[in-house]
Design a protein around this ligand. Structure first.
Ligand code: CP3
Length: 343
């Protein structure tokens, strides 16, 4: 792709402003999405290549973001491993949570063909997207995916059964991590073969374990996924939410860019993260419920940072939340694009 501020920034090139996109930019705040969602279930929207491609590109047209992210979900990996998955009004739910089984490995039957519909969506996006619109592919990182598989549902109080399972069953956990990693690698390779331009790994629940334990148990898998993606010259973004001082251990063997949650100021993250790794983030999405004058004050705090820091992509510290006014999301994208960054 010749002309993309997002890809240029990922390559470490100096651009006139930071690129901007938002986690969960498609399926939350856009009136155009909500209109479609009223007519189709989430599964329908993600499994119909035409609909998935359309939804993927909505934020490019409606918000003017600098990249599109594939419209899918991190839980398609457990689904392709044979776990019955339902997206209910209370979040995702699996028929048979793995915590109930003595040997959960016997419950898993990975079938990469179950992911084929996603590659057809990528084909459709690549042929219908506006010129110079990079496509971000993604997957969930192993701890986050494993938490849902073990617990069986999205648990707001921190996946207690999943975490105690991990502590109690180290060798079974290692086998589960390996199975998730293998299928995720196959999935990432296929996304690349079908035309994604960069890849993000979401470790949304990275803060659930003490960092040292997380690092020893999960970093080998992160590095493996990162290596195969980057061997194909696809930039790799890693989002380890809530790892705090763990940012000190984010080195170039882990990722090209790291996405920072709202807890750690970008200026602090810059001091902790290895200087060759770029940053993404990190506005608190809940700020978008406030008035634009309040939002602008928070945005202004990024100007000094963004003047000097070229290896930075503007984003949120986590995804959009339902109910955020579309006008405020648009205001932020416009602000990033029209501010004089004095570079
Ligand atoms: O802009 C986009 O929406 C891009 C596509 C996308 C979805 N999920 C669609 C989705 C992406 C990148 C994800 C990632 C994802 N999914 C993560 C990691 C990032 C994060 O925000 O933490 C996680 C942990 C999940 C698991 C998941 N999927 C949960 C917990 C839920 C229910 C709660 C919620 O946020 O709605 C989902 C469902 C889901 N995934 C929806 C969408 C649009 C809502 C489905 C609906 O309309 O009912």
């Amino acid at each position: 792709m010749q002309n993309s501020i997002f890809l240029d920034t990922l390559k470490g090139e100096k651009t006139s402003r930071p690129p901007v996109w938002f986690m969960r930019q498609a399926g939350r705040v856009l009136p155009s999405y909500l209109e479609l969602r009223a007519k189709h279930s989430f599964w329908q929207m993600m499994s119909d290549p035409g609909l998935a491609a359309k939804v993927t590109l909505l934020p490019v047209y409606d918000l003017g973001v600098d990249a599109a992210i594939l419209f899918s979900d991190i839980l398609v990996i457990p689904y392709a491993m044979g776990m019955g998955l339902d997206f209910t009004d209370h979040g995702p739910k699996f028929d048979r949570p793995l915590k109930n089984f003595k040997n959960p490995m016997t419950e898993l039957h990975p079938d990469p063909d179950k992911l084929q519909y996603i590659y057809r969506a990528i084909d459709e996006i690549v042929t219908t997207r506006p010129e110079n619109t990079p496509l971000i592919g993604f997957a969930g990182a192993p701890l986050t995916v494993l938490c849902y598989m073990l617990e069986g549902l999205s648990n707001k109080s921190g996946f207690p059964d999943a975490i105690s399972f991990i502590y109690k069953n180290k060798s079974i956990t290692e086998k589960l991590i390996e199975a998730i990693t293998d299928l995720t690698i196959e999935y990432a390779m296929q996304q690349i073969a079908h035309g994604i331009d960069s890849f993000q790994l979401f470790e949304t629940h990275g803060g659930l374990l003490p960092f040292d334990f997380y690092k020893s148990m999960f970093f080998p898998s992160i590095k493996k996924i990162s290596r195969v993606v980057r061997n194909k010259s696809i930039p790799f973004i890693y989002f380890p939410k809530d790892i705090g001082t763990g940012f000190r251990h984010i080195t170039p063997d882990i990722c090209d860019f790291v996405s920072v949650d709202w807890q750690t100021p970008v200026t602090e993250a810059r001091k902790l993260v290895h200087p060759d790794v770029g940053l993404q983030g990190n506005l608190d999405p809940r700020l978008l419920f406030a008035d634009q004058a309040v939002i602008e004050k928070e945005l202004a705090k990024y100007i000094e940072f963004g003047q000097k820091e070229y290896k930075w992509i503007f984003n949120l510290g986590h995804g959009f939340i339902p109910g955020i006014p579309f006008e405020n999301a648009k205001y932020i994208a416009d602000w990033v694009k029209t501010t004089n960054w004095n570079r």
